[in-house]
Write a protein that binds this ligand. Structure first.
Ligand code: ACM
Ligand code: ZN
Length: 607
């Protein structure tokens, strides 16, 4: 809660919401590039200068600014009041001072703590700033000690979070002081870690030593594994569960907060066009509920290091407290059961039956909340046997669902969906749940049928597990994905190619093949590097009818959807084998150079 500022009353309401959901720790992220929110008496500039930015970028770093000065911070007296308020509700506040990265607001006030000396300004855009604390300046170590000393004095929590995430090493690589520090410490990069990663560990170790000497324990984000963990560190695993698994294997305590399940700044619906702006992603209540914090990859002995779970609410796109509530509720209800229920006792259907009662409480308490759980939920399944798209719909309270196929708004007069609605033609499908107190949001899907839609489709190379969703039939289900590659409409290939065989079920004349890729270079997601198409009458002997290769993507190439339409010499065939090559070595200009890239693909249409 640094990117936007919330009043004391709002923070207290947040604590009330936590108490209602049986939560016992509030991790309070008090510092960031875009604002320092905690009074530190020894460094008054942190709040005098660091808590204010001159304006804020509009949307997703659009390049346009609102021109409105923004700021806010908590005095130590106000913090004590909030700590007491939380303690009365059996909630311990764990403060985070994020270091050595995400420090641009502090650098704006104390530029000598940065590698270049500035000048710096409190950041007005979102993202990860390259300007971080200098690892070679002794004043930085003093600064860390001084700030942590006041934090310890203020917060009774046994645990103090020192961040450690997203610290670019750009400045450190160029900085004489940083490099001199590395030399003086005898730090040298090796096969495991770079020089600068070891430097980051030096800083984190310094912070941990200070905390331990004062009887406190340190928590750091999973990047603190890079360069080696501090001896007593607890790790907060956010980039998936991998960091947490590794830390538990190293016998360090872990808090699981994977962005694959518990980033509540992510969207909770695929219908993002009708949502308030969010950072991206897709984490509906059901996905949250399905999270199991004990990784099966760990032995029971190692699982003992998993101490709990946490959901994160980064507030770039939550400018108001009402929006914080909207992103929190009712996902917190699912989180509470993830935290407190034995996995064998968890039951999503049962949870949904109980949820409306909790939502009545939200209404009574005046909490804002998201209503997606009352919408129609639909499973789309390409039925290869009938070559039709089967749609199975439900609502949490079995409210009747009305639907149309012609794009018109469904009403009480539209047909009611039975167990399954099957479709075998192009249409705009719309469905709505109608209750005595009103209508749900309209579910809307464009269904596009081609020769390949809902035909038996097999993968010859595996789909990437993280982005597998419903598997290879996603490519021929008649449903197209949007820009968000996490909705389940896209599947990804990684260190493998899109390599599929489609059985058109009978000899069919074909003359074109098309598919779309979704490119997000910053996420290591690239366009296809080559395509081959082969045809066969028997599914055994194939003849190549198309082959092309494409250059690696350039830094200047746009992100977005890339439509690949291939014209074929008309040929009659039953089986079509398509291969789309993934990027195996990310080009030099990219931070991930030399690694494999992801290939996100949707909807192979054959005509
Ligand atoms: C994080 O989301 N940067 C911890
Ligand atoms: Zn430096």
């Amino acid at each position: 809660m640094s990117r936007h500022f919330f009043t004391i009353d709002e923070v207290k309401t947040f604590i009330d919401m936590m108490a209602l959901h049986n939560m016992n720790r509030m991790h309070w992220h008090l510092t960031d590039d875009q604002g320092w929110r905690l009074e530190i008496k020894k460094y008054p500039g942190l709040t005098e200068i660091g808590s204010k930015r001159k304006e804020t970028v509009i949307g997703h770093n659009s390049g346009k600014y609102d021109g409105i000065p923004y700021g806010g911070f908590y005095t130590q007296d106000e913090v004590r009041d909030i700590i007491d308020y939380a303690a009365q509700r059996y909630i311990t506040i764990i403060p985070e001072i994020d270091l050595p990265g995400h420090m641009q607001a502090a650098l704006a006030a104390y530029p000598h703590l940065g590698c270049t000396g500035g000048p710096y300004e409190v950041w007005t855009i979102w993202g990860v700033s390259d300007d971080v604390l200098c690892a070679g300046n002794d004043d930085v170590l003093t600064f860390i000690d001084d700030v942590l000393a006041e934090v310890i004095e203020l917060f009774p929590s046994e645990y103090i979070h020192i961040g450690g995430d997203e610290c670019p090493k750009t400045r450190w690589k160029e900085c004489k002081k940083c490099q001199a520090r590395a030399k003086a410490l005898g730090i040298k990069g090796d096969k495991k870690h770079t020089t600068e990663e070891y430097l980051q560990s030096f800083i984190i170790n310094h912070a941990e030593k200070f905390l331990n000497q004062h009887g406190r324990q340190m928590i750091g984000w999973d990047e603190t594994l890079e360069g080696g963990l501090a001896p007593n560190a607890t790790v907060m695993s956010w980039r998936g569960e991998g960091g947490g698994i590794e830390a538990a294997r190293q016998h360090h305590d872990v808090i699981m907060t994977p962005n694959t399940y518990l980033y509540f700044d992510y969207y909770q619906t695929k219908d993002t066009e009708n949502e308030p702006d969010a950072i991206g992603g897709y984490l509906p209540v059901e996905r949250v509920y399905s999270y199991e914090p004990m990784p099966s990859a760990l032995t029971p002995e190692e699982q003992k290091y998993i101490k709990g779970v946490q959901a994160n609410h980064w507030t770039e796109y939550m400018p108001t407290f009402a929006q914080v509530q909207y992103m929190s509720l009712p996902r917190w209800a699912a989180l509470a059961e993830v935290q407190w229920s034995q996995p064998e006792k968890k039951n999503y259907e049962c949870f949904l039956k109980r949820l409306p009662q909790l939502i009545n409480l939200y209404d009574a308490l005046g909490y804002n909340y998201a209503t997606h759980v009352f919408d129609v939920s639909a499973e789309f399944e390409a039925n290869a046997e009938t070559s039709m798209l089967d749609i199975r719909m439900k609502t949490i309270d079995n409210a009747p669902i009305h639907y149309t196929l012609d794009g018109s708004q469904p009403t009480q007069a539209s047909p009611v969906a039975g167990d399954v609605v099957s479709i075998n033609q192009n249409c705009t499908f719309k469905a709505v749940a109608i209750r005595p107190n009103g209508e749900s949001r309209v579910l809307s899907e464009e269904v596009a049928f081609s020769r390949s839609t809902c035909k038996p489709t097999t993968a010859n190379q595996p789909v990437n597990r993280q982005y597998q969703f419903k598997g290879i039939t996603t490519l021929t289900d008649g449903l197209k994905g949007n820009r968000n590659y996490k909705t389940g409409r896209w599947i990804a290939f990684y260190r493998n190619d899109m390599d599929v065989t489609i059985d058109l079920k009978e000899p069919t004349e074909i003359s074109s093949l098309a598919f779309t890729t979704n490119v997000e270079k910053g996420d290591w997601t690239f366009d296809v590097r080559g395509v081959t198409v082969e045809v066969s009458d028997d599914g055994k002997n194939f003849t190549k009818v198309f082959e092309e290769s494409y250059p690696a993507m350039k830094e200047t190439d746009r992100n977005g959807l890339y439509d690949h339409k291939i014209t074929l010499k008309p040929v009659t065939t039953r089986y079509v084998h398509v291969v789309g090559l993934s990027e195996r070595s990310i080009p030099e200009w990219h931070g991930g150079k030399g690694n494999a890239g992801f290939l996100f693909v949707d909807e192979i249409t054959i005509e």
